[in-house]
Design a protein around this ligand. Structure first.
Ligand code: TTP
Ligand code: MG
Ligand code: MG
Length: 365
């Protein structure tokens, strides 16, 4: 199946949150500053809204310079903890749109305001469905958080990441596999995600300016200039090839099983046997690897293909099937009491895994 990856980047994130919290800022240039505290405006610009960008203000610039560019702008100190709370809520919305795998969602957050979602299964490889899903995501973030974002869709991470910056703010851009060359080739090599100033400079010395030049360049020459892995990567990236998978959240290996119900239903009698079977499979996998768990997560996907998850954290690590079943059934009954839309798929997974300490038998002594 054709792979589809979606990338989301929030628009002028820190400044947009400040604007939302303080409607008087609307229509004004807003600059969020990392103040060093030494003297007034002695830090660097963290970010600014698009009105401020119109005055030439940019991330990383000294705040004093920004002040010269637009003395009327509102200068606000960063409130990182607050932005992180907003980011966490946005990420949970995004996560709910990603394909569901046995060990969790195919989702990778890469910064406070950016994430990749694998949506290959969700869309069946169809780029127009992917575009609709992108619009749904934008609407939900606007509705729930009153913030805008820009979305890129492509056959891999590289292309989706580059596509999301094409139309900003509040844009959406899909680059289907047949459009790779027309999308990439007119761009300068420095626009290729993963190429920094040093590589771009070196390429320029070799006469490679546009991505098209890179695509047409002899790979052996690239390998001798940049080494084998990098040389091959450059050649492939120039034609839009990138096979890198989404990386899971670090340190959060999970073991899980997910399955489709015989029919869409809200009947506990039909759901329970499947839940038992999934929990049994999870326990066997845990036992074979001698692992205990501390968190239990139940996932349901309803007949509208929306996904919901709920988790429980136990107060100590355990490997008991009874405990897993009890937690899973409790969570499921919460879901059932809240939901009006029938369930289509259900999943059980455990996390916070730990190796069970080897219990020696008497014979070992
Ligand atoms: P970005 O996504 O790079 O920028 P942005 O969201 O402000 O604007 P855009 O609409 O172009 O996406 O970064 C996300 C946040 O990270 C940004 O709001 C503030 C912070 N940040 C810094 O603190 N310093 C920096 O140099 C950059 C680039 C970002
Ligand atoms: Mg952003
Ligand atoms: Mg970003």
């Amino acid at each position: 199946m054709q792979r589809v990856v979606l990338h989301v980047d929030m628009d002028y994130f820190f400044a947009a949150i400040e604007e939302r919290e303080n409607p008087e800022l609307r229509g004004k240039a807003v600059v969020v500053c990392m103040l060093s505290g030494r003297s007034e405006l002695s830090g660097a610009v963290s970010t600014c809204n698009y009105i401020a960008r119109g005055f030439g203000i940019r991330s990383g610039m000294p705040c004093s310079r920004a002040k010269k560019l637009n003395p009327e702008a509102a200068f606000l100190p960063v409130r990182k903890e607050f932005y992180t709370l907003v980011s966490d809520r946005v990420m949970e919305i995004l996560r709910s749109y990603a394909d569901v795998r046995e060990n969790g969602e195919a989702f990778e957050q890469i910064s406070i305001d950016e994430a990749f979602l694998e949506i290959t299964e969700k869309t069946g490889g169809d780029f127009s469905l992917a575009f609709e899903l992108g619009m749904q995501i934008k609407n939900e973030i606007k509705e729930k958080e009153n913030l805008t974002c820009s979305v890129g869709i492509g056959p891999n991470k590289l292309i989706s990441k580059m596509a999301s910056s094409v139309k900003k703010p509040d844009g959406i851009t899909a680059v289907s596999p047949d459009k790779l060359e027309s999308f990439l080739w007119p761009l300068k090599v420095s626009k290729l995600w993963g190429i920094g100033d040093v590589t771009a400079g070196k390429l320029q010395e070799m006469g490679i300016v546009k991505i098209k030049d890179l695509a047409e360049h002899d790979v052996i020459d690239l390998v001798s200039a940049f080494g084998k892995p990098r040389g091959i990567w450059l050649k492939q990236a120039a034609v839009g090839v990138d096979e890198s998978p989404l990386k899971e959240r670090e340190g959060s290996e999970q073991i899980g099983r997910i399955a489709t119900l015989p029919e869409d239903t809200l009947d506990v009698q039909l759901i329970s046997p499947l839940l038992d079977r999934l929990a049994g499979d999870v326990i066997s996998k845990l036992n074979s690897r001698e692992l205990s768990f501390r968190t239990v997560t139940v996932t349901v996907i309803n007949s509208n293909f929306r996904m919901y998850t709920k988790s429980r954290t136990l107060n100590h690590p355990i490997s008991s099937k009874e405990v897993l079943l009890e937690a899973a059934h409790e969570i499921m009954s919460e879901f059932l009491s809240e939901s009006h839309v029938e369930f289509r798929r259900v999943g059980v997974r455990v996390g916070d895994l730990q190796k069970i300490k080897g219990q020696k038998s008497l014979f070992d002594y």
